[in-house]
Design a protein around this ligand. Structure first.
Ligand SMILES: Nc1ncnc2c1ncn2[C@@H]1O[C@H](COP(=O)(O)OP(=O)(O)OP(=O)(O)O)[C@@H](O)[C@H]1O
Ligand SMILES: [Mg+2]
Length: 272
């Protein structure tokens, strides 16, 4: 049963996928996105976006891609899971992504081929090459060293590679110890959870994007329910989204019209 059609919605409002169409621009999400865009356009090198589990890092990376998608000057490459066992494996994967095929398969040759590729794209073809790495906390020390090498490739004015790492908070204490890597971060931004007001706005935004029209003036989630959601989720977008999904499913199953505090308490009571 698709609950959303019972509520006159066109789409599922609280899916857990990082769809940019459902990206609510909270203050932190919006300002981090703008600052990332500026860093990339100015070719400043490395940016780091940190945030706890489920704060919206992957969603933010999709929104960033979306913002650049019609601009042919930018070439984006994305690593979703940088859990490479060796430097060679990491380089080999970058080589494949960049669409280059050096004749000699060695770490040194791969690095040189990447430098050549970056020079060609950025200096000769006037493109901006951006490498997005999600799940940055999975990068090993050896692979951080590879990234540091790639960031050394530069002209007098700018870096040849724009690197954006999205990572959980634990990564910070690790990289602080690697001074020559840490020093190269030009933008760092921590994604904090949402406020109560933003929690309401995110829910309303996602409902609106899913085609919900508040025709009879009645809110689908009343204020008490929002307060319950906030208390439960502490403003973490993934938790907000999940609990809202459960709440809508509940009211459809119980033939109710809206989510109130009683519904929320019932649902929260059954969460893990
Ligand atoms: N700004 C936002 N607006 C609307 N929904 C959001 C927002 N940020 C996150 N979400 C929702 O929260 C969920 C988790 O987001 P996301 O996967 O981006 O988090 P994450 O920080 O990458 O988590 P993890 O650390 O586990 O990788 C997704 O379902 C996403 O749709
Ligand atoms: Mg993620």
């Amino acid at each position: 049963m698709s609950y959303y059609s019972h509520l006159h919605l066109e789409k599922e409002p609280f899916s857990t996928s990082p769809d940019p169409a459902f990206f609510y621009r909270s203050y932190v999400h919006d300002s981090s996105l703008k600052r990332l865009e500026i860093a990339i356009r100015l070719k400043r090198g490395m940016s780091l976006i940190l945030g706890d589990v489920g704060t919206g890092k992957t969603t933010l990376s999709r929104a960033l891609l979306q913002n650049f998608k019609d601009d042919g000057e930018f070439i984006f490459h994305i690593v979703l899971d940088p859990n490479y066992k060796s430097e060679f494996q990491f380089l080999a994967s970058l080589i494949r992504m960049f669409g280059i095929s050096p004749s000699i398969k060695s770490t040194l040759d791969y690095k040189q081929a990447i430098e050549h590729y970056l020079f060609q794209k950025v200096v000769e073809e006037h493109k901006t090459v951006v490498l997005l790495i999600d799940e940055g906390q999975k990068l090993s020390a050896a692979n951080l060293e590879i990234l540091r090498t790639l960031l050394n490739y530069e002209t007098n004015e700018y870096k040849l590679l724009q690197l954006v790492i999205f990572s959980q908070l634990e990564f910070l204490s690790r990289i602080k110890k690697i001074k020559n890597f840490y020093d190269r971060i030009t933008l760092s931004y921590v994604i904090n959870p949402l406020s109560l007001q933003e929690t309401r706005e995110m829910i309303d935004f996602r409902l609106h994007q899913a085609g919900y029209h508040n025709g009879n003036g009645k809110l689908l989630f009343n204020d008490d329910a929002i307060q319950n959601i906030y208390d439960y989720s502490q403003g973490y977008p993934r938790r907000i989204s999940r609990i809202c999904h459960d709440a809508l499913e509940f009211i459809v199953m119980h033939e109710k019209e809206s989510v109130d505090s009683q519904v929320m308490q019932e649902i929260i009571h059954h969460q893990l």
